[in-house]
Write a protein that binds this ligand. Structure first.
Ligand code: HEC
Ligand code: HEC
Length: 340
């Protein structure tokens, strides 16, 4: 009798302590926000027609010199917005020097690119089309010539932007509009909204660890990142770093080796990691972050626990929204593919 009573007490206290262990301090939760349904912009009003145009342009290979590269080539929407390669392959199989970040949830970031050199997704979308190693179009005039030669686009641009609305800037505007709904809510959002059972006990413990060790001083907000620039190798110099990151844009030496803190949404699906795609495995990435950004050596268990939490940030892809649209047919004067 006595024995069974004490066993019973132990069981209860065990239960209570486990209950406590995965109870999360509200101050931890306050550092994050659920993803919005739409990443609104005060300067780009979203309409159905504009989004449909933007979706077509996102999949449009005729915006590349050899009609073989689109935004979707490097930011596969069915692959969590990335290509999975260290460096992407563009025109004539050329490769750049930076890893392609995901387009999902990107409109939430303070700015675009690893070094923040484009203010928003609308401005960013104007870059790759003219980039000689990406889509390699020779100039804006040529892009407009292509779009003007495709009757379906002439009609769509006029419908969305009015007469004379087929401009290079509006091309970026429409693509940006489409990107503003590329949002991937996950169980973590349900958890933040108050559903305490949305995360498992292990994920909650990993979340606690993530906050307590200091990851959320940099990776926070709705995107769990994307809200600031920070130095790679903040407390311990990152070995063999050559890309100077943000300082090349701002010409401010203090920002040497600073990069935009990436969003950790869908992080389990968007490797390889860092601006140079040099880290392949998520657990290694977490260990290195603790070491170089926080000066801490994580135990194997703690690393595993944080990775368990990070996996809960894998969201649902908007499968209907990202279906490849039917693209308008070329006209008689549409320039031919140019492999050179
Ligand atoms: C050949 C591959 C390639 C193509 C094609 C391409 N991108 Fe990218 N994209 C990249 C790479 C690489 C980066 C990072 C470059 C950097 O930061 O300097 C990037 C960055 C971005 C970002 C910034 C995300 C962030 O978190 O900062 C967005 C948004 C984006 N691309 C959208 C697009 C759109 C829209 C198109 C089509 C108009 C496009 N990309 C075409 C490879 C590509
Ligand atoms: C001082 C700020 C800071 C802290 C603290 C920090 N990070 Fe980072 N994190 C960054 C920056 C900056 C990058 C991007 C660096 C680059 O690409 O060169 C990054 C990159 C990452 C990446 C790769 C993302 C991608 O898309 O390539 C992961 C994963 C990551 N951090 C997880 C963590 C974890 C887990 C912790 C806590 C152990 C942590 N970070 C702590 C600033 C920080």
């Amino acid at each position: 009798m006595k024995l069974s009573l004490s066993l019973c007490v132990t069981a209860v206290s065990l239960f209570v302590s486990q209950g406590m262990a995965d109870e999360v301090n509200p101050a931890y939760l306050a550092q994050f926000k659920p993803l919005p349904k739409v990443m609104e912009s005060s300067t780009n009003k979203l309409t159905e027609d504009k989004i449909d145009l933007g979706r077509k342009l996102f999949f449009e290979t005729r915006l590349s010199k050899n009609h073989d590269v689109s935004c979707n080539s490097c930011h596969g929407l069915d692959k969590f917005g990335v290509d999975g390669d260290q460096f992407s392959t563009g025109h004539k199989k050329q490769k750049g020097g930076r890893n392609a970040p995901t387009v999902y949830n990107a409109a939430l970031h303070i700015a675009q690119f690893w070094d923040g050199r484009a203010a928003d997704v609308e401005e960013q979308a104007q870059g790759p089309v003219l980039n000689p190693i990406e889509m390699a179009m020779p100039n804006e005039e040529h892009v407009l010539k292509v779009l003007n030669s495709i009757p379906g686009y002439v009609e769509l641009f006029e419908k969305v932007y009015g007469k004379d609305g087929l401009t290079y800037k509006n091309m970026g505007n429409a693509i940006g509009a489409f990107e503003r709904k590329l949002v991937t809510p996950s169980r973590f959002d349900k958890y933040l909204e108050g559903d305490k059972s949305a995360l498992t006990k292990e994920e909650k413990l990993g979340f606690k660890k993530f906050v307590e060790i200091g990851c959320s001083t940099c990776h926070n907000g709705a995107a769990v990142g994307g809200s600031m620039y920070q130095k790679l190798g903040l407390v311990k110099p990152w070995p063999n770093l050559t890309d100077e990151g943000r300082s090349a844009v701002t010409k401010n030496a203090v920002e040497k080796f600073f990069f935009k803190v990436p969003s950790l949404r869908n992080i389990d699906k968007t490797g390889p990691y860092l601006h140079d795609g040099s880290i392949v495995k998520l657990d290694e990435m977490v260990e290195k972050m603790a070491e170089y950004q926080l000066g801490q050596n994580l135990s194997k268990e703690d690393t595993k626990s944080i990775v368990t939490f990070l996996k809960s940030l894998t969201g649902d892809l908007p499968t209907d929204y990202i279906k490849e649209p039917k693209l308008p047919a070329s006209g008689p004067n549409t320039p031919k593919a140019d492999p050179n």
